[in-house]
Ligand binder design. Structure first.
Ligand code: DHE
Length: 512
């Protein structure tokens, strides 16, 4: 801790030293606090804590303070403040607050809103499009969502969201409601039939992602600040339980990710700072558990507590993971690139995978190749997709790509899997891999010089929708068989798109 603090202090550069901490704080309170809060926890503007700004370089923070942020209420301060004052504010924002930030049940309750009349609306869509073939498209450029008709590729509705949504929006099982998480800890429930928000609540200061139970009764949110798991009522987001994450010796941890495991009737959570996986059963009713002894079921019966925690202890922690289609195995990667396979029923690691770079397993997908199910993962550091046999957990091949990428997608009805190279110089290309030959069948460059990424299929797998990740971006629709462009729908930096059918039917070609 002392070392970490020293590191932060050393990072504080000359402008802060020159202006002095007091002056920088004074400038912050005078110019920024009205939108971002005196405590930097965020108000109408986002939180400005080191955790919230971790993805931005110092130069980008200075640039935003100087020039403002397009399509938001953030104005530029270059005309009012000197470059030294702006740099001092940027350095002040990189400092942790004097007191450890807390966000407890009382603060959550104070932030909770159930919108008037919104829990009592008709159970029928207000539009004629197929409600199971809608896409929710997150436009991160100006913090909006477009609801897109997945047959005609026409927008049905566009609405504002909290700042910086991240992770996949999650649907309730019938696809009517969608739950959204912002990096700043805001969770919203939206009614896709009536095109209106139902409820919202702030559950933390920095959130990883959320998961929805298969029965729709609960939402679980994993936070990094503070390190908590929060259970909400799926109906109106009332907070039901807040769990501080720590190992049995009391070492606290940030949450790295949470997912729902429908056949297990449980949530699975991984932790950033302790080598543990937590399984939290959310139903005490009969579930087709894949286990019969030494079991979670027994544990749960003994516990009698709501959301008891089953700890799976590992030697090394995992930061990123995917579950196999049977929800029997968790395949997890650590930041150092090591990958382990954990049998969730047995509660132990059963294999290590000797992969290189940094596999992005949250984007891993599986398919049947002959009589074997394979798992393919893109890589955040290397231009390659690794294909793994899920029977013996051995890598079959590495498919070279044009660069490191984030996302990989396919569909049961498609012979191709799509992968981007958005983290390298060929960021304006995506590649289409033949799932049988495991070779690149085509390289597509939808808009030269503009970042291309994140594909999602229509419910029948006939079309693949790709994002051009720019302020003047678009969702480009391709015929998934001929790989020819069909349509281009303008969007503002569409970071991701989510098809109701594929997500709720747990398509093997996408994330859930
Ligand atoms: Fe993501 C999903 C973690 C940076 C866009 N990202 C996820 C999920 C995790 C994760 C655990 C799964 C959540 C889920 O499905 O509910 N992301 C991380 C990181 O650790 C990382 C590398 C660093 C960080 O800042 O947290 C990171 N992610 C980014 C970005 O910089 C991206 C490209 C732009 C952004 O919006 O912040 C980004 N992440 C996404 C998207 C998804 C996502 C679009 C949903 C993918 C899907 O199809 O399900």
């Amino acid at each position: 801790m002392k070392q970490a603090l020293m590191g932060v202090l050393l990072l504080v550069s000359l402008p802060l030293a020159a202006a002095g901490m007091g002056e920088a704080q004074g400038l912050y309170l005078q110019h920024c606090a009205v939108c971002h809060g005196a405590d930097r926890f965020g108000l109408t503007g986002p939180a400005l804590l080191p955790e919230s700004l971790a993805r931005l370089r110092r130069a980008a923070v200075i640039d935003t303070i100087s020039a403002g942020r397009a399509a938001t209420q953030m104005q530029g301060f270059a005309g009012q403040l000197t470059p030294t004052q702006i740099a001092a504010i940027a350095d002040y924002l990189a400092m942790p607050p004097a007191e450890l930030p807390r966000w407890e049940l009382a603060q959550m309750k104070a932030s909770h809103t159930v919108f008037a009349g919104a829990t009592d609306l008709p159970d029928k869509p207000r539009f004629t499009a197929d409600p199971l073939n809608l896409f929710v498209v997150v436009e991160s450029g100006d913090n909006h969502i477009t609801v897109l008709d997945g047959d005609r590729f026409e927008p049905i509705h566009r609405f504002p969201t909290h700042f910086a949504l991240h992770g996949g929006p999650k649907y309730a099982a019938d696809g009517r409601f969608v739950y959204l998480a912002s990096r700043d800890g805001w969770i919203s429930k939206y009614d896709l039939y009536n095109l209106t928000y139902v409820a919202e609540i702030r559950v933390g200061l920095n959130t990883r992602n959320l998961a929805v139970s298969a029965d729709g009764r609960y939402v679980l949110v994993g936070n990094t600040l503070p390190g908590t798991l929060v259970v909400l009522d799926g109906y109106d987001l009332t907070p039901l339980k807040v769990m501080a994450v720590a190992d049995e010796a009391g070492q606290g941890s940030r949450v790295a990710a949470v997912y729902t495991a429908p056949p297990r009737g449980s949530f699975i959570a991984i932790m950033k700072d302790i080598p543990e996986i937590w399984e939290l059963p959310y139903t005490t009713e009969a579930v087709a558990w894949p286990i019969d002894s030494g079991s979670l079921h027994d544990y749960r019966a003994e516990s009698g507590e709501a959301f008891p925690v089953r700890r799976i202890r590992l030697e090394r922690h995992v930061d990123d993971f995917v579950l196999d289609p049977a929800y029997e195995h968790l395949i997890g990667a650590a930041r150092d690139g090591t990958v382990q396979v954990v049998n969730l029923t047995a509660g132990r690691r059963i294999a290590n995978l000797p992969l290189t770079g940094m596999p992005h397993l949250a984007s891993g997908i599986t398919w049947m190749r002959g009589d074997r199910r394979v798992l393919a993962t893109p890589n955040l550091k290397e231009g390659a997709v690794t294909v793994i046999d899920t029977q013996d957990w051995k890598a079959i091949t590495r498919v070279p790509t044009l660069g490191p990428g984030f996302f990989m997608r396919s569909h049961e009805n498609s012979r191709y899997a799509w992968v981007d190279s958005s983290l390298g110089p060929a960021r304006d290309t995506v590649q289409v891999i033949d799932k049988e030959t495991l070779e690149v069948a085509k390289t597509i460059q939808p808009a030269p010089g503009k970042t291309a990424s994140h594909v999602e299929f229509t419910r029948d797998g006939r079309y693949a929708l790709l994002s051009i990740w720019e302020m003047d971006g678009a969702v480009v629709v391709y015929d998934a068989q001929t790989l020819r462009e069909v349509k281009r729908v303008p969007m503002v930096k569409p970071s991701g798109k989510y098809n109701v059918w594929n997500k709720t039917r747990l398509s093997e070609g996408t994330s859930h």
